[in-house]
Design a protein around this ligand. Structure first.
Ligand code: KIV
Length: 275
């Protein structure tokens, strides 16, 4: 019998949770971008992205924080609702922010249900074996859960900053965490900043798909923070390819606008009503 190929995968009209595992089985790579607002979510849906992550990178990207830690459930609720209003095809995954799920499964349920009510199709939380009871409660309560292992930004203070995880014997711990999340019912796992061979081993050991960021080419799909992908800022992490230079293009548009307003070349008669 031949290996499943991506040609066996029927592209869904609307992405639902079962399509994630089906895509992995058919070797059809999954695409995910972050979005925190209706404007970009609409564009990413038109571009054909499979899943949108309303990540807590919202804090760094749009709210001006230097980490994800200050992001609140109110922030995530508003961003998730905006993305949900603007899209109908991609699967929407919303991050549970720091301090809203770690204390107990009940706390996790209360926070997750707020994000589901405004339009998330799944929630993402960081951590492995320590989170399995929350993952079980959420999945058995009708809330699909995406795990997040490797460099987990909410733990940057214990991890000592954005550093590669899972090197050497730490690989075994990552593998245990991934298997435990799957066993607890997680539908997918984000693997961030880990060696490519470890990401490959974990992906091969799991039935559920993995989504990589700085984890090499052999995960079931890839995720990037949209502003990194689009080149919105001067600095981008080394693992994030800049697929455009939108920051420079926007700056150029804004500065041309200012110049034309100041020198009176905008608005010309094309842009106003004489009567
Ligand atoms: O919040 C986020 O953008 C994330 C990605 C880095 C995976 O969790």
């Amino acid at each position: 019998m031949s290996e499943p190929s991506k040609h066996d995968f029927k592209e869904p009209r609307v992405w639902r949770i079962q399509h994630l595992a089906q895509a992995k089985l058919a070797n059809r790579k999954l695409t995910m971008l972050t979005s925190y607002d209706a404007l970009t979510a609409r564009i990413f849906e038109s571009a054909g992205v499979d899943t949108i992550l309303v990540g807590d990178s919202y804090g760094n990207v749009q709210l001006g924080y230097d980490s994800t830690l200050p992001v609140t459930i109110d922030d995530m609720e508003r961003a998730t609702a905006a993305v949900a209003r603007a899209t109908s095809r991609p699967l929407i995954i919303a991050d549970l922010p720091f301090g809203t799920y770690e204390a107990s499964p009940t706390q996790a349920f209360e926070s997750a249900s707020r994000l589901m009510r405004v339009g998330a199709n799944a929630v993402k939380l960081e951590g492995g074996t320590a989170r399995t009871s929350s993952v079980s409660l959420l999945t058995s309560s009708g809330i699909p859960v995406v795990g997040h292992l490797g460099f987990t930004p909410q733990s940057e203070n214990t991890l000592g900053g954005p550093r590669i995880q899972g090197r050497g014997t730490a690989r075994n711990r990552l593998m245990e965490d991934a298997l435990a999340l799957q066993e607890a019912g997680a539908c997918m796992i984000v693997l961030e900043l880990i060696p490519a061979h470890v990401a490959r081993e974990i992906t091969n050991a799991l039935e559920i798909p993995t989504i990589g960021i700085g984890a090499g080419p052999d995960t079931s799909g890839q995720v990037l923070v949209w502003s990194d992908m689009a080149g919105m800022t001067e600095w981008t992490p080394s693992f994030a390819k800049r697929f455009a230079e939108l920051g420079a293009a926007l700056e150029n548009a804004a500065s041309t606008y200012c110049q034309e307003v100041r020198d009176g070349t905008f608005p010309t008669p094309d842009y106003y009503y004489a009567e």
